[in-house]
Ligand binder design. Structure first.
Ligand code: FAD
Length: 285
């Protein structure tokens, strides 16, 4: 429970942080510390230097971006929950944030830290996939943007290079009148999702014109379920929802453990997806 020794520096600017990361030599950034510190205590991570990015203004803030939004990677869950802009345009963000951890976790934990850590059971990756987010990354070498669907590569593995920081998250506008839901069945001890689903739907008249659902907790990485997209063109009737959710984990290696065996998770994913799509369609204007 005691980490190996390390140096600690607080970055004074984004440039400082990127310079420190570029120097390598076992440097890691720390934001809220809610994922990094526990794994350091278990010695699963043994950085020799921590660069604290939690006070960098460049990584803060939630702002309009066209009809979408720009969220700084260092934004805490509490700030997400307090944002009128997000409640209005992306209520899915607040609905998911409410389920995360406890007050301390939501006060300190950041959305960027969660995405960079890429825990297979964390909530935000599924939300980002469902909202078709783009992540802006920076390093001393330059800038690049990557879609959420290309960012998550495996359990605790992302497209981030060792010298890169996730700086901001760009959410494109949702289709007008879209309805969304975040729903999860959580482990009673850890509170992490056994299965979580983020769903977004929209209608044109009575016909479904947009349907996406992304899952977390099911496999080693959050994923978009392609069969749900086949709801488009239907009237969103129960039979159509049942049809597209009949096998939401097709092609996915489903996790299993003593608490929730793979067969249980597979079944649960279908049940939660059906309920989420039904509610999202009710919410769609
Ligand atoms: C008691 C408890 C309960 C929790 N429950 C839930 C839950 O129900 N659902 C859920 O989804 N999560 C849950 N979490 C996890 C929590 O969401 C994450 O720990 C938190 O969001 C991580 O953010 P952080 O700022 O603390 O990251 P840190 O711990 O500071 O960093 C995590 C990792 O990301 C890297 N990193 C951080 N910021 C950046 C950046 N901007 N760019 C590149 N790399 C970066 C760090 O180097 C580190 O490797 C829980 C955590 C705790 C302690």
């Amino acid at each position: 429970m005691i980490p190996t020794s390390f140096d600690y520096v607080r970055a004074g600017s984004l440039k400082d942080a990127l310079g420190a990361l570029a120097a390598g030599g076992g440097t890691k950034v720390i934001s809220g510390g809610h994922s990094l510190l526990p794994i350091m205590k278990f010695r699963l991570a043994q950085p020799t230097r921590l660069v604290d990015i939690s006070r960098l203004d460049e990584l803060k803030g939630i702002a309009e971006k066209g009809r979408g939004a720009r969220i700084g990677a260092g934004t805490t869950y509490r700030e997400l929950l307090e944002s009128e802009l997000l409640r209005d345009r992306f209520p899915l963000m607040a609905e998911a944030s409410e389920t995360i951890g406890d007050l301390q976790v939501r006060n300190r934990g950041t959305v960027g830290g969660s995405l960079a850590h890429a825990d297979p059971a964390s909530d935000m990756p599924a939300v980002m996939l469902a909202l078709d987010a783009t992540f802006n990354l920076r390093s001393k070498r330059g800038k690049r943007s990557i879609k959420a669907r290309e960012f998550f590569q495996g359990a605790f593995t992302t497209a981030l290079a060792d010298d890169e920081l996730l700086t901001e998250i760009i959410l494109p506008a949702l289709p007008s009148g879209a309805g969304s839901v975040y729903s999860s069945q959580d482990h009673p001890a850890s509170g992490y999702a056994i299965v979580g689903v983020a769903a977004v739907v929209a209608r044109k008249g009575k016909t479904v014109s947009h349907a996406v659902a992304a899952f977390t907790g099911v496999g080693e990485v959050a994923f978009l379920c392609r069969s749900v997209e086949k709801l488009v063109g239907s009237q969103g009737e129960p039979e159509a929802i049942a049809r597209v959710t009949a096998d939401v984990t097709a092609g996915i290696e489903v996790n299993g453990d003593t608490f929730a065996p793979a067969e249980y998770r597979r079944h649960l994913a279908g049940v939660i997806a059906r309920r989420a799509l039904t509610t999202a369609l009710e919410r769609a204007g």
